[in-house]
Ligand binder design. Sequence first.
Ligand code: 13P
Length: 345
Amino acid sequence: MSDLASVAKALVASGKGILAADESTSTIKRRFDAIGVENTEDNRRAYRELLFRTPGIGTYISGVILYDETIRQKAADGTPLVKLLTDQGVIPGIKVDIGAKPLPKSPKETVTEGLDGLRERLAEYKSLGAQFSKWRAVINIEGDDIPSLYSIRVNAHALARYAALSQEAGIVPIVEPEVLMDGTHSIDRCFEVQVRTLRTVFNQLASQRVDFDGMLLKPAMVLSGKDATNRAPAADVARYTLECFLSSVPAMVPGIVFLSGGQSDNEATLNLDAINRRAAELGRVPWQLTFSYGRGLQAAPQKAWSGKKENVAAAQRAFAHRSRLTSAARMGSYTPAMEKESVSP
Ligand code: 13P
């Protein structure tokens, strides 16, 4: 097995999934604003240090996606944050896109930038310890005409350019074509957009010679829009999601790592659990189905921490607890009663 394939497999190992801690400085500001914490470099370091030092986290977390600032940062005692992860058996990764920008001639849509100089940046990230990377494209649903085929195509092309460069650098690409849950659309409309997007993405990945066994896919689940009436329950989410991926994702891809995408942490856990239960029922699902959650894992520890030193242990307990529940969901063995279990790690 190639090195890329073995890292990809390790990232989706049984019982494990990924923590997305790659919020840009402006995104983490929104999270810190919500808990009344000032967005300084030192607070960002303190918060991420807290997460990465959580005892036993390597049992549930296979890898962490870092932001450019974080991969270079040191803990208060001078240990590189990357080393805190590798000491826990956790694989460091890096976000390499530089964000979704307005799409020319279709101002309500975006295209993700960051290809210029990417070969050189990937080489540097590799030297800093990154073994995998992530690029996020954003596809929004609005009425009948958005997303346009134009937006899906340019984003898929960029994702494949990124994935090929990442594999060339010896870094496993996590290809993230996020279909946003914002809006009032039905789950059927989400299904249709997801299938069209994924087929276009895999077509581009194949054209650009990306090895499917040395990559992971990071999609949203197939969901009703956040503001839809009668939102589909978890059993429907599982049914639609599996049908969508079975009809668009090659079997050779080792894993699908879902983003949480603005679902509450309970909802993201319940839906991941339902997807894994459904996959076990079907018995012919070729990939590991796990998580690469940002908000789904961090909402609870952020609230518990609230920027205070004396809350660090409580925040770590909250993070370990959420990780344990999400890991159970990834195995199809989560029950809502587990939410009330003691939060000691
Ligand atoms: P959420 O789980 O908060 O959607 O974040 C995952 C991620 O990495 C989005 O790019």
